[in-house]
Design a protein around this ligand. Structure first.
Ligand code: SAJ
Length: 437
């Protein structure tokens, strides 16, 4: 440990970050800011070229800082994984999506692991950050890195530390968000804790890698289940003729014992809809049925169709049929003020509206174009339309599925015929044109 501490203190430790996305690039930047030389490993040639040109592509990363780090050689990007040999510490920040069969797809972890196993230098610390099912680090990475007689805690060090990046959050960043760390051995944990202490203000040590993996899944299951619960409350309120937004705002005045969540058109993002299913998949292999997770997923996945049925009802009230109607969707990003459409419920809403014969267009200042019906046989690319008076007026219904702050609701309400607001974006505006979830 002493030689490791010295290398860290002298900033002689060379750091590798595998995966330069919304998790890996901010982490690489923090290590570079702290004075470490960082090599970013990427499979995307365009990301590599942009980084090595000093060009940023992650909203939460400072453009000038990135350019300076690349200019000074503090940060470089490469697809040459043999350079792992030069690294003394490696953080793995690769995606963990679901397969088409809705099962964990850890292929990115497997390929990163096999590259590390090939080029690992003695004494290297490896930290997996990608959200995954409990046991991944011990069952997948440990045996792969223990090849050729390498002994964990002696010849290499292995830990898990879940990423906690909240894209678009202007209060919490990599540096000021507490970081959970669990090691395969005591020495593994100590080294990971010491290194991350250089770049993150608060470290939370747990007893094992599996515990650290589980902490992350508990965090995101908490959100998925509570969002599903409030989505069901929205359906209940609609049945009772109540305004769910008024109910939640009033409940949120309770200073203890209540955490407000808000209904919406469904659950988007590459984390909340997906991570809990990693846990339920793991538990199925242990013959345990995770009822809450499955039910939450079912309710959340049903919300886009609920929005479509409400829009259909709105049109029927005006003696219009959804077939042939013109519908403008406002916001396709999976949540406000970000430029990411992964798992966005708005895409599902558009897909269902189109399947009912509606003419659907969208406006989203963050999303110039998007694919509808991805991975299905009728993939269609749509482009964001300019939000003009004519466009608003031409729509039978304007459907708000993402409540970007940029939207000028006075202008929209002046020119729209009717609005279905799935996000309470029109809060504070009173008009008989508006119907809310
Ligand atoms: N949503 C609701 N109602 C809510 C909150 C969210 O419908 O009350 C929807 C959002 O619109 C979005 C989805 O759920 O479509 C996920 O929202 P999110 O706020 O959880 O955002 P993510 O997935 O970008 O980031 C989350 C992090 N967010 C917060 O903690 C606020 C955090 O849970 C994780 O750090 C991150 O996932 C991750 O990487 O796991």
């Amino acid at each position: 440990m002493d030689s490791f501490v010295k290398m860290v203190e002298r900033r002689e430790l060379k750091i590798g970050v595998i995966g330069l996305g919304y998790v890996g690039l901010p982490l690489a930047m923090e290590f570079a800011s702290a004075g470490f030389d960082v090599v970013g490993f990427e499979i995307s040639e365009s990301k590599i070229e942009r980084i090595n040109r000093g060009e940023n592509y992650i909203k939460d990363v400072d453009n000038d800082k990135l350019a300076r780090f690349v200019e000074s050689g503090k940060l470089t990007a490469t697809s040459d994984f043999s350079r792992i040999t030069d690294c003394n510490a490696i953080s793995v920040c690769v995606p963990t999506p679901l397969s088409k069969m809705q099962e964990p797809d850890i292929s990115y972890i497997l390929s990163a692991t096999s590259e590390i196993a090939k080029y690992l230098s003695p004494g290297t610390l490896v930290v997996l950050e990608s959200t995954t099912y409990p046991g991944t680090t011990d069952e997948i990475l440990l045996p792969a890195l223990s090849q050729n007689g390498r002994k964990v805690g002696v010849d290499f060090f292995l830990a898990f530390s879940p990423e906690r990046v909240d894209p678009g959050n202007d209060k919490f960043f990599t540096r000021n968000t507490p970081k959970v760390i669990g090691g395969v051995t005591e020495e593994c944990r100590k080294r990971a804790v010491y290194l991350y202490t250089q770049v993150i203000s608060e470290i939370v040590q747990v007893s094992s890698t599996t515990a650290a993996e589980m902490v992350k899944l508990v965090e995101n299951t908490f959100r998925a289940v509570n969002i599903a619960s409030v989505n069901e409350i929205a359906l209940i309120c609609h049945k009772l003729g109540l305004d769910v937004w008024e109910i939640i705002d009033a409940a949120a005045t309770k200073p203890f014992g209540f955490v407000p969540f808000y209904p919406g058109p469904g659950l988007g993002g590459h984390c909340i809809p997906i991570d809990p299913l990693y846990l339920s998949w793991k538990m199925k292999s242990l013959d345990f049925h995770t009822q809450f997770i499955e039910l939450a997923s079912e309710i959340n996945r049903g919300m886009p169709l609920w929005v479509v049925s409400r829009v259909e009802g709105l049109l029927n009230k005006c003696l219009k049929n959804i077939t042939g109607s013109t519908i403008l969707v406002l916001g396709v990003a999976y949540k406000r003020n970000i430029d990411d459409v992964r798992e966005s419920p708005a895409l599902e809403v558009i897909k269902h509206l189109r399947s009912l014969g509606a003419n659907v267009c969208y406006h989203d200042p963050y999303i110039p174009s998007c694919i509808i019906g991805k991975f299905e046989n009728d993939e269609t690319e749509l482009s964001s339309q300019e939000l003009t008076q004519e466009l608003l007026n031409s729509a039978d219904v304007v459907v708000c599925t993402t409540d970007h702050d940029d939207f000028d609701w006075s202008f929209i309400l002046e020119h729209a015929n009717r609005v279905f607001d799935a996000r309470n974006a029109t809060k504070g505006f009173e008009s008989d044109k508006i119907e809310r979830l």
